[in-house]
Write a protein that binds this ligand. Structure first.
Ligand SMILES: [Zn+2]
Length: 328
């Protein structure tokens, strides 16, 4: 039986090998911190690793998908596997949940092997929850593995970070993601625009291929390209954009500018109309535009409420200026 949930992704081989080498040497850490940007597959790795460690007859190092342990895992009733996430998306991991975790870690494994506990996203633990967890990390008991999954390791208590072995999950090379997505039989042009839109993040690109949120983001690109090529006025677009989700828009602009810069440096080639237009600007002008976006992001994250129409107009005028200076 194919057991896709129980295998790491193709770009995670190095991290996978490292963990199993440590395990063979009897040096598997008690706690791992799986850190990296969103949408690169950290959760998939955590699940696959937990399953492989609990499976009774792993096949080529992966969970077999057929034994009793695997059956319990896929029914989500394995007593030695605990997955802690906020009860509501975006909310905190509660202290009661962490107490349950601490209890599980302290018990002997019911199936006689290892106990595996995953907390994701780990930064969703508030101070009380984190402190409750800390005790377990300070005095690890028995045969147990704790995995903390995070997009924002900087938001964890330093005392927690320092007690975990850190595993980094960077955005995989574009070629690797391209080959992985190509397995879905997507036509090349579509694949390139999806990759660009997702900024190379494989699981986000995959979501876009499933049709989630892709069209709306493509519209942003087309609108921006229209302004930069003088087919639409900045004022008109600012009117439209001020109604969009403000933080999403700013983050989107940031990604686009970063892509334009990387395109100029020859590091990443993405096919996107807005990026192509932006890449006509000099790097120094692109950095200046990023400063504008960063300033707005900081202001917003600190509770500020800028005049959006004006802020977008200012940004777009500067962007038009930046791309036209090059062509004169
Ligand atoms: Zn199995």
């Amino acid at each position: 039986m194919a057991n896709l949930l129980a295998q790491p992704l193709p770009w995670q081989n190095e991290q996978w090998q490292r963990i199993f080498q440590q395990r063979e040497a009897g040096q598997l850490a008690h706690a791992l911190l799986l850190a990296g940007p969103p949408a690169v597959g950290k959760r998939i790795f955590a699940r696959a690793l937990g399953y492989a460690l609990l499976c009774q007859s792993p096949s080529h190092g992966f969970a077999c998908g057929e034994c009793k342990a695997c059956a319990l895992l896929s029914a989500q009733t394995h007593p030695d596997f605990l997955w802690l996430a906020p009860e509501e998306s975006g909310k905190a991991v509660k202290i009661d949940q962490v107490r349950q975790l601490v209890e599980t870690m302290a018990q002997t494994a019911q199936q006689g092997g290892i106990k595996v506990v995953v907390v994701e996203p780990a930064e969703a633990m508030n101070r009380n929850s984190a402190n409750a967890l800390l005790k377990t990390l300070e005095e690890p008991t028995g045969n147990a593995l704790l995995m903390l999954v995070t997009d924002a390791p900087g938001r964890l208590l330093p005392t927690i970070r320092s007690r975990c072995q850190r595993l980094e999950f960077p955005v995989p090379p574009l070629d690797v993601t391209r080959s992985w997505l190509a397995l879905r039989g997507v036509e090349a042009a579509k694949l390139e625009s999806v990759l660009a839109e997702a900024d190379g993040k494989p699981l986000l690109a995959s979501e876009f291929l499933d049709g989630e949120g892709f069209a709306a983001r493509q519209e942003l690109s087309a609108e921006m390209a229209a302004v930069l090529s003088r087919q639409m006025s900045a004022v008109t677009l600012a009117e439209r954009w001020q109604q969009r989700d403000w933080q999403d828009l700013l983050k989107w602009l940031h990604v686009r500018l970063a892509q334009a810069l990387r395109n100029k440096l020859g590091k990443l080639t993405v096919a996107d109309v807005a990026v192509t237009e932006l890449a006509r600007a000099e790097p120094v002008a692109l950095f200046a535009l990023m400063d504008i976006v960063n300033g707005l992001l900081n202001q917003t994250q600190n509770g500020g409420n800028p005049n959006r129409q004006l802020a977008i107009e200012t940004f777009l005028f500067s962007a038009c200026d930046a791309v036209s200076r090059k062509t004169v």
